[in-house]
Design a protein around this ligand. Structure first.
Ligand code: GLA
Length: 427
């Protein structure tokens, strides 16, 4: 059941009992949920894409200082998340997680305070397995204990990453994977309902994950229907966001292949529940300015969580302009929370359309090719019903005027044209 369907059903007493006892949703209703966390995609930063296991308290403090210096909170960024490899190799007394004493000498709690003083919240990482993806102790069977530790420290975000590092865990039955996520969800909700629960399961339960498929000998292509089923349980167990792909990398081909993997998933996303195509690589590797712009725009079109992955201690101006483009971020944070769908596919040229809460539409034209291309953007081919729209270019920050039927633009190689369309009142 989708979280958004609850209020309508709550008029029926029998159903109230069913919903409250089913254990499917950890929130009583949508209003409770929105009050606790907020409706729009979470925004923040995560340590993995840039630092991998090479993190420390010093780096996290530097990141918090940078995030404050560049005023990233004003653009909407909130959570600074420490990913895997923050833990010591062994659990402490009574099965508690312990921070690595060399990297995080004073533990996690002082970092929560440090980050909060700069206007952000700290997030943390754990796994529903015996060990994490990087081989540190997992939380399986100790969910209440670990959830309480996170809450006591003051963490406000948990990335819970399913990593079947041992072969007998690769093919775990669907119900068991879902059960493990529900247990942690309940444990978190019991200690602090304000913690964002970020599911990172990557399609293992639904057998669409590449590794699980190889293990099970499945060779048939994944259908949109299978993809939807693979993640439909995530909002039902209280996931605010859920990873829909394997790991991203700072390479153009990987970024566009992840966009392809989002096909068919738009209907799962809505207020407080988001498909997560993985953390941003903007500013990492050798991505060009246009590739970074396209990557950021596509994530905003998809209503994806905007979790930065670059080094915030020093942000080049060009990069800062991308990650703080308020007009593009406004598409991501739109209250309708509707993910864009691909409405035109001409091979190298694709158009995505996203309806917005005020009746406007966002359009993103993606040029996947190595050459600049002239593109005719025809309102009727996008599926729009009006003849005339006022068009605003969201990267040039420029009104292009009232445009009838179609607009012709040259879109650079590995670049996007992103516009907001407002129905013309005279139309
Ligand atoms: C998995 C996740 C990554 C990261 C690493 C950490 O690969 O998908 O995002 O969290 O584990 O080990």
């Amino acid at each position: 059941m989708k979280r958004t369907a609850l209020p309508k059903l709550l008029s029926c007493p029998l159903l109230i009992v069913a919903v409250l006892t089913s254990g499917m949703n950890v929130y009583a209703n949508e209003a409770d949920y929105a009050k606790n966390i907020g409706k729009t995609p979470p925004m923040g930063w995560n340590s993995w894409n840039k630092f991998h296991a090479g993190i420390s308290a010093e780096i996290i403090r530097g990141i918090a200082d940078g995030a404050a210096k560049y005023k990233l909170n004003e653009a909407g960024y909130k959570y600074l998340v420490i990913d895997d490899a923050w833990q010591a190799r062994r659990l402490g007394p009574n099965g508690k997680l312990v921070a690595n004493p060399t990297k995080f000498r004073d533990g996690i709690a002082p970092l929560v305070k440090y980050v909060r003083q700069r206007g952000f919240e700290l997030g943390i990482y754990a796994c529903p397995n015996r060990v994490t993806c990087a081989g540190f102790p997992g939380s399986l069977g100790r969910e209440q204990l670990h959830a309480k530790q996170f809450a006591d420290w003051g963490c406000k975000f948990l990335k819970y990453d399913f990593c079947p590092t041992r072969s007998k865990e690769i093919g775990l039955p669907y119900d068991e994977v879902v059960r493990r996520y529900r247990v942690m969800s309940k444990a978190l909700h019991a200690v602090d309902p304000h913690i964002v629960y970020a599911i990172c399961e990557k399609g293992h339960a639904g057998r669409i994950n590449r590794r699980t498929r190889r293990h099970a000998g499945i060779t048939t292509p994944v259908t949109d229907e299978q993809r939807r089923k693979a993640f439909a349980w995530c909002p039902e167990v209280g996931g605010v966001m859920w990873r829909t792909t394997g790991d991203i990398s700072a390479k153009w081909d990987r970024i566009v292949s992840i966009v392809d993997e989002q096909e068919g998933l738009a209907e799962l996303s809505g207020p407080g529940a988001f498909n997560d195509p993985d953390m941003l690589e903007v500013g990492n590797g050798n991505l060009t300015a246009s590739e970074n712009r396209a990557h950021f725009s596509l994530w905003c079109m998809l209503s994806a969580p905007l979790i930065l992955g670059n080094d915030l201690r020093k942000i080049p101006r060009e990069m800062l302009e991308i990650i703080t483009n308020k007009e593009v971020i406004a598409l991501d944070q739109d209250l309708m929370c509707k993910a864009a769908e691909k409405v035109v596919d001409q091979g190298d040229i694709e158009c995505f359309l996203k309806p917005l809460a005020d009746g406007d539409f966002a359009v993103c034209v993606l040029n996947r090719s190595r050459q600049a291309k002239e593109v005719v953007i025809d309102w009727s081919k996008l599926g729009l019903s009006r003849d005339t729209y006022a068009v605003r270019d969201l990267w040039a920050h420029k009104d292009l005027g009232s445009i009838k039927n179609r607009l012709t633009r040259t879109v650079g190689s590995h670049d996007v044209f992103v516009a907001r369309l407002t129905a013309d009142s005279k139309d």
